[in-house]
Design a protein around this ligand. Structure first.
Ligand code: PGA
Length: 253
């Protein structure tokens, strides 16, 4: 089902698989219309299904990534690119190793940069030099973060070093063998980088996201729920499975 709420398109799909397929179609159509598209990419459990579909579409000859440019949202601080939990590793495992992307066109924040401040500015500049992101894919944290823009008293605008919330560290710990190994800091694109994207697709799945999805869409815009800023973007599509839509569905109808 498709709804529109405060200018945002809300697509509610039957389940994770259908929602992932829908997201992959949107990405595929973006690339087909503009083979040189600049994509903003997310990690986490949520987009795994979408990446699986994109790989399948590539294998069938339906998409050509050879001229596509990608910028990832974030990376753990001080985790080497070869670490099995780095987002560099994740992207190779879920997408880049299986498609014909030119790795020179792949940008992922470098969590081991010597001069972090300077590095963050160079990441912002690289995005700007490409004319900003055409299509940004987002997940959402249980605390309302997008990328690793954590709830705060103000919105961080550019790429920056983040002290991760306890909530986020706990959520991320499911991927690590030992809790003490979970990084406490990360580099993340800022809210301006995200809001300057021409089109945004946010994915949220499962009942544990239903409460924060409601706050994002129906709550007030506040840096305490960073995803709520998306209410002010002119071209946002939120793709949910039925479980994640549970707390908003009655009001949408
Ligand atoms: P998840 O993470 O996809 O693993 O739920 C989403 C996020 O924290 O942005």
């Amino acid at each position: 089902m498709k709804y529109n709420y405060k200018g945002m398109d809300i697509l509610i799909e039957a389940d994770y698989d259908n929602a992932s397929k829908k997201a992959a179609w949107i990405v595929a159509s973006q690339i087909t219309l503009n083979p040189r598209s600049v994509l903003g990419l997310a990690t986490g459990s949520t987009p795994e299904g979408m990446y699986d579909y994109l790989v399948k579409m590539y294998q069938k000859g339906d998409i050509d990534f050879s001229e596509v440019v990608t910028f990832n949202l974030d990376e753990y601080y001080n985790l080497g690119v070869d670490h099995y939990q780095s987002y560099h590793y994740y992207m190779n495992e879920h997408l880049f190793d299986f498609i014909n992307i030119n790795k020179d066109n792949v940008y992922i924040p470098n969590g081991t940069a010597d001069d972090v401040e300077e590095y963050c500015l160079s990441y912002d500049k690289a995005i700007k030099d490409y004319g900003n992101i055409d299509l940004q894919i987002l997940g959402i944290g249980n605390n309302g973060h997008i990328g690793f823009n954590e709830p705060d008293v103000y919105f961080e605008l550019g790429t920056h070093l983040v002290e991760l919330d306890e909530d986020t560290i706990k959520a991320n710990s499911r991927f690590f063998n030992r809790y003490e190994d979970v990084p406490k800091r990360a580099l993340s694109m800022g809210i301006r980088n995200i809001m300057h994207s021409k089109k945004i697709v946010l994915l949220a799945m499962g009942e544990n996201k239903s409460k924060i999805v409601r706050e994002m869409i129906m709550g007030k815009v506040t840096s305490k729920v960073p995803a709520s800023i998306l209410q002010l973007h002119a071209n946002v599509t939120v793709i949910l499975d039925q479980l994640a839509a549970e707390d908003i569905i009655d009001e949408l109808k």
